[in-house]
Design a protein around this ligand. Structure first.
Ligand code: UD1
Length: 415
């Protein structure tokens, strides 16, 4: 079993290039199910989650080729509409196949994704959307059967602006009869990227990025070429890493408007950040202050940045209060950070971080994807060796995190 070994190695300096967005690439790959012909997806990160989605697509009939960040997907015909437990259980994002398969085949049998360490993560909002569009839903033996000979347009209000539900319903609605209006939708940049991809394929979607999306159903969609957006969460994680070490670096291949809540928080803490069209320059060499955070759907502070910022707040002098409003159980990394000397108290969905106590290296375990990243960041400044286990969680979402941190001068290796 591989581990990551990190030693406190001074400030992160130099430059780092951000990869394509995992959370954009996953729904875009799923959306190719809706199309006929070949699609070429560029800037796809080399991550285990991406290969799980590709295996799923192959299992239902796609032919897939890949070369250095490009994935070519050809659809001759869909040979199965079943998404099996073995693959869906590896990654919750697999549930994004439900909408496209339902719309294209009139039926799908998809394994229920189940819980995950950060919360129960139900799919009720996805299913309510499909039902409003005329689908019958039956559940049994750990699977959901969703059927509709032909989906019809509907007016759908999401109780919570769920990213996955917005994407799934939007994809299904592309081939439905008539107009679908989804209100209280997620406005994340990944939603805009997916809508842009679908529109290039021939869909008629307006409003992505606002709280209401309208989709006029079309008869068919065609394969196209598309480059996914840069990964704002990877960028934010490197920003937290540069800040935690008091470093000075360029972060290339970012869209500054996508990372606004992160940039704003770091500036509030005393980090200097210059934004250019597709890169930012960060200088965290000055005194940094504690700050409070509340995670929210976009354009609020991303829940995916909560764990990396908890590591950062543990190091900065003063008390920070972090409130997690999106997921019910996203503090698993706290116990591991505490083993490294962080002073954090949890009360419900709130963490109180007493920063400024020196961290010490320890043997720790990545509890989930972003929690794993938090441990890597803590290791960059902890005295002695930090050995991180269960790093398959980290590999799900960070392309070559070790190589990229080494490029910024970190003393880190995979062992
Ligand atoms: C996506 C991201 C994930 C990010 C999250 C929130 C992908 C592949 N993953 O996950 O990295 O942390 O958005 O920004 O893009 N909920 C329900 N019922 C539903 C759906 C969601 O109650 O049917 C709840 C969830 O349990 C959670 C909240 O809504 O508490 C947000 O979840 P959602 O926005 O759906 O996250 P994902 O799409 O799963």
């Amino acid at each position: 079993m591989s581990k990551i070994l990190v030693r406190s190695g001074g400030k992160l300096c130099g430059k780092v290039k951000i990869s394509g967005s995992k959370n954009s690439a996953l729904p875009i790959l799923a959306a190719t199910v809706l199309s006929e012909g070949e699609s070429k997806i560029l800037q796809v990160p080399n991550l285990s989650d991406i290969w799980v989605m590709c295996s799923l697509l192959e299992s239902i009939g796609a032919e897939i080729g890949s070369d250095k960040g490009e994935i070519i997907i050809s659809w001759e015909h869909i040979k199965s509409d079943v998404a099996p437990y073995e693959l869906v259980s590896k990654m919750r994002g697999s549930f994004l196949l439900a909408g496209p398969l339902l719309a294209r085949c009139g039926h799908t049998r998809i394994s229920l994704p189940g819980g995950c360490p950060i919360g129960t993560r139900p799919v009720d909002l996805h299913l309510k959307g499909f039902a409003a569009m005329g689908a019958d839903i039956a559940q049994g033996h750990g699977y959901i059967d969703i059927s509709a000979e032909k989906l019809h347009g509907a007016k759908i209000y999401l109780d919570f602006p769920s990213v996955g539900a917005t994407e799934n319903i939007m994809m299904a609605a592309c081939l439905a009869d008539g107009e679908t209006i989804i209100e209280n939708v997620a406005a994340e940049p990944e939603i805009i990227d997916l809508a842009g991809f679908l529109n290039k394929m021939g869909a008629k979607i307006t409003g992505a990025g606002s709280d209401t999306i309208k989709i006029e159903g079309v008869k068919s969609l065609k394969g196209i070429k598309h480059k996914v957006i840069p990964d704002r969460i990877e960028a934010g994680s490197f920003m937290a890493g540069i800040a935690i070490t008091g470093g000075h670096a360029l972060i290339e291949n970012v869209i500054p408007s996508h990372i606004k809540p992160i940039t704003a928080k770091l500036r509030e803490m005393g980090v200097e950040i210059k934004e250019e069209k597709n890169f930012i320059e960060m200088d965290a060499g000055g005194q940094l202050n504690a700050a409070d955070i509340k995670t929210l759907p976009f354009p609020g502070f991303p829940t995916d940045m909560q764990a990396p910022f908890t590591a950062l707040m543990s190091v900065v002098e003063g008390t920070s209060v972090i409130v997690e409003t999106v997921f019910e159980n996203r503090f698993l990394h706290v116990a591991e950070l505490s083993r490294m000397g962080a002073k954090i108290k949890i009360d419900g969905r709130t963490e109180v971080v007493e920063g400024g106590f020196p961290l010490t290296g320890a043997q720790v375990k990545a509890t989930d994807l972003r929690g794993g990243a938090a441990l890597v960041l803590a290791g960059l400044v902890a005295k002695g060796d930090t050995e991180i286990g269960d790093i398959e969680h980290i590999d799900r979402g960070y392309e070559d995190i070790v190589g990229k941190l080494q490029g910024l001068g970190a003393d880190i290796q995979r062992i």
